[in-house]
Write a protein that binds this ligand. Sequence first.
Ligand SMILES: Nc1ncnc2c1ncn2[C@@H]1O[C@H](COP(=O)(O)OP(=O)(O)OP(=O)(O)O)[C@@H](O)[C@H]1O
Ligand SMILES: [Mg+2]
Length: 294
Amino acid sequence: MTGKTLLWDQTLFRRGELFEFDHIPEHFAHRDSQQRSLIFGVRPALHGMRPLNMLCVGPPGTGKTTAVKKAFEELGEHAPGVITAHVNCQASQTRYTIFSQIFQKLIGHAPPTSGVSFKKILDEIAKYLIQNEKILIVALDDINYLFHEKEADNVLYSLLRAHETHPGTKIGIIAILSDDSLSYVFDPKVGSIFLPEEILFPRYAWDEIKSILSDRAKLGFYPGVLSEDVLDVIVDYTSEAGDLRVGIDLLKRSALNAEARASTNISEDDVRLAYRKSRMLHLSRMIASLGSGE
Ligand SMILES: Nc1ncnc2c1ncn2[C@@H]1O[C@H](COP(=O)(O)OP(=O)(O)OP(=O)(O)O)[C@@H](O)[C@H]1O
Ligand SMILES: [Mg+2]
């Protein structure tokens, strides 16, 4: 393949969508124990019981969001009595907007924008759950974005106490924390009732990164685009950052660099050039999660 020239309308990407961050991989390896713990925690809902509360913790790019979305997908197929709501707390940073998102998921449209109190939105959510005999599981993804002004405590407290304020409601919480440590301490009134099962997402080992990125490249590129030597360089960079997102972004950007040179395969230089940008992705995630934890 080396030295061959790409025609202007040719591409190295067989399935370009595999390199987008919101892509849910069909094959999700090396997270079996975390998947088992998540399923174990949500299982009670299959039998009409309140699911266990859970807390997924680990550094950026270790598969937390993917694991929870996969578990929700699986649950959706088997549990008509359960509704799942995945809320991105970076996009919705207040209790009001978070509950509006949950409302939208249940009712199918956003609550009216003016003059509706938080209490009214919660009332409607609870009414829906009770009337339709549904159990709700809420994933609060990137909950560290709610650590300002005790918003996380407020959100958790409202969800945890819903069965008292609105008897008959059954709600489970999966909080996802993008951090190296469990340094955040919840308010005692929340801590005494939250009691989550902790599910840890450690950084992937070098070999694990290699197998994940190799799978992605095999499905996403045409044969011969990525040699094993060049893959190893990408794995080195990814392993150094500890963030799988860097590796996926490197695959995409280095292939684009190769295309820009009209080459049919990725070179080490294509990777090196791409790394400057891909690294920023990881750094900005790190800084965002540090800043919001204070
Ligand atoms: N085991 C895996 N197999 C295949 N792809 C994976 C795996 N783990 C993570 N990924 C991919 O890596 C990227 C990052 O994963 P994900 O978004 O789940 O990480 P995260 O832990 O939620 O990160 P953050 O804390 O920054 O939100 C995604 O594109 C996802 O598809
Ligand atoms: Mg995530």
